[in-house]
Design a protein around this ligand. Structure first.
Ligand SMILES: [Zn+2]
Length: 544
């Protein structure tokens, strides 16, 4: 009953071909490095959390090495990147980075994140399109976040409380300890179990199965975080998120939200809550310690930019026509005008985005106009409406205004941090020049992308856009190399080698590319990268 789920969704069939693997997944699918568990630190225990927290109190020094943990994380991440349900939405990714980077900086400053782990682990967020409310720490510093989570939280601080908790599971080496505990299994097997558990969390059926089987499997206690680990992740995570400047109330309101969800929602959409047997007890414990006045935070008003990003997450995670029409309809409800501005902004953002996806550009622009009036002078929210404006124009193949973007400064550049080009802007610029095809603009944005990937070589989407621009410029060798780098960024070394060998074949073909001096440079880069990536590929194969 349970093994069904892994087969259904993930694009990682080879992992599940062995019957042994499937039966292991059956036995231990609860196993999960999931969050699952939410105990929240009581607001009045600040003093406790201010105590020195750099020592992993539970550790006995026998964990697997950080290198081994990273390799297992890479193995899992490679499968996630292949799964079309894990997406790179530049706007939401940028929003998450705005929360994630301050948390990392705070963990460094507090000494929770050591220089060694900082350098060795990936510290990357992977976004899943799924509507279920879930986030999970994976080995090696990868953090999975489902869009469902972004769409139900009310503030950046609530998101920060989840990410801070998960981050702390990693920095406190909880995962390493679990892996050491299950060392009778190969990393291959542990990877398969985690992927199976992730797949199972993705739909309601499997979610229910998780609960039914949860108690029995929990007894095995193989890969579940212990209660002490959860408490430590709460304590350290609370310290990290408050030091990073987020509102401590986020921890409490998040708890309240999950508790309400567990009461009202029985559809398996909250794997976070449902997969952990300790949840009920910990909620009761938490509730008894809530300070007066925080027990009913239901009327907290979400900040405007967050409300808009939550709406974006809802639209992206539920792109069916009926859902899109529903979003559009909400903008026309007369009661909307009485709602707080942030709520209005969320509804109008969702409606504009939905209309654009329904190919109704006039309607999308009308909602966007209403949105811009509501947003007023909120700079971050205004920037988000500007990006949405460009997306609507791109979808409608109608680019008069955003032409600004292609030629230079345009979008968002009149804000205070004008020197800093933000990733969503750069990737929008790439789409615009590809759609318009002006040679000079292609050239300008191509150069910006080159600078960008030189600084952030693991940005697969940027490499892919660069490849498309090279293709539009008939620079085929460079396009193949950029495609190869996009594959490397997603840890798909075999795919990268294919492309680099294809580029070599083009160079060597009799009567092939007229070889210019530029081609000589490209050829030498291609040879060098081929050798480097072959080494990575062999290392990856050794781990299997
Ligand atoms: Zn946890």
């Amino acid at each position: 009953m349970v093994a069904r789920a892994p087969r259904k969704k993930l694009n990682c069939m080879p992992l599940f071909k062995s019957n042994r693997a499937i039966s292991l997944i059956k036995q231990t699918y609860v196993a999960i490095f999931f969050v699952a568990t939410w105990a929240f630190l009581p607001a009045h225990s600040n003093a406790q959390s201010a105590a020195p927290a750099m020592l992993p109190l539970l550790g006995d020094g026998s964990e697997i090495t950080s290198g081994a943990e990273r390799r297992l994380g890479d193995r899992i991440a490679r499968e996630l990147y292949r799964d079309p349900d894990f997406i790179d939405d530049p706007v939401l990714a940028d929003y998450m980075q705005g929360i994630w980077q301050p948390l990392l900086a705070a963990a460094r400053a507090r000494g929770d994140l050591t220089p060694e782990l900082d350098e060795r682990f990936a510290w990357r967020i992977v976004l899943g399109r799924d509507r279920s409310v879930n986030a999970f720490a994976l080995p090696g510093g990868y953090l999975g976040v489902h869009l469902g989570l972004i769409s139900v939280v009310s503030s950046r601080s609530e998101l920060a409380s989840v990410l801070g908790h998960e981050l702390s599971h990693v920095t406190q080496r909880h995962i390493a300890r679990l892996m050491t505990k299950s060392s009778q299994q190969t990393p291959w097997m542990i990877g398969a179990m985690i992927l199976g558990a992730l797949a199972a969390s993705k739909n309601a059926d499997a979610g229910n199965a998780l609960i039914v089987g949860g108690q029995a499997v929990a007894a095995q206690n193989q890969l579940n975080f212990s209660r002490d680990m959860e408490r430590e992740a709460d304590r350290v995570g609370f310290g990290v998120m408050t030091q990073a400047g987020f509102d401590a109330q986020g921890f409490v309101t998040m708890f309240d939200k999950l508790q309400q969800a567990s009461r009202l929602n029985d559809s398996g959409a909250y794997p976070y809550l449902r997969s952990h047997p300790l949840t009920t007890e910990r909620i009761a414990d938490m509730q008894s310690r809530l300070p007066l006045g925080t027990a009913n935070p239901g009327n907290l008003t979400p900040a405007m930019p967050h409300a808009m990003m939550a709406a974006r997450a809802r639209v992206l995670s539920n792109p069916g026509i009926d859902a899109l029409r529903g979003w559009q309809g909400q903008a026309d409800e007369s009661a909307l005008a009485n709602q707080p501005a942030a709520v209005q902004a969320g509804v109008l953002y969702g409606a504009a985005m939905a209309a654009s996806r329904l190919r109704d550009a006039p309607q999308a622009r009308e909602q966007l106009n209403r949105l811009q009036k509501v947003v007023g002078s909120d700079a971050e929210a205004a920037l988000q409406t500007l990006w949405l404006d460009v997306e609507i124009a791109l979808a409608a193949h109608d680019l008069p205004k955003p032409q600004l973007l292609a030629t230079g400064d345009g979008l968002g550049m009149n804000r205070s941090e004008a020197t800093k080009l933000r990733r969503p802007e750069l990737l929008l610029q790439a789409q615009i020049v590809l759609q318009m095809g002006h040679p000079e603009s292609l050239d300008a944005v191509g150069q910006r992308l080159q600078t960008w990937v030189a600084l952030t070589p693991n940005d697969a989407t940027a490499w892919q856009f660069l490849a498309s621009i090279y293709t539009a410029q008939n620079k085929n060798l460079r396009a193949l190399r950029a495609e190869a780098e996009a594959k490397v960024a997603q840890l798909d070394y075999a795919g990268a080698l294919d492309r680099l060998k294809g580029a070599q074949d083009q160079l060597r073909a009799p009567g092939g590319a007229a070889v210019s001096s530029a081609d000589h440079i490209d050829a030498s880069i291609i040879d060098t990268r081929l050798r480097q990536i072959e080494v990575l590929f062999k290392e990856q194969a050794l781990d299997s």
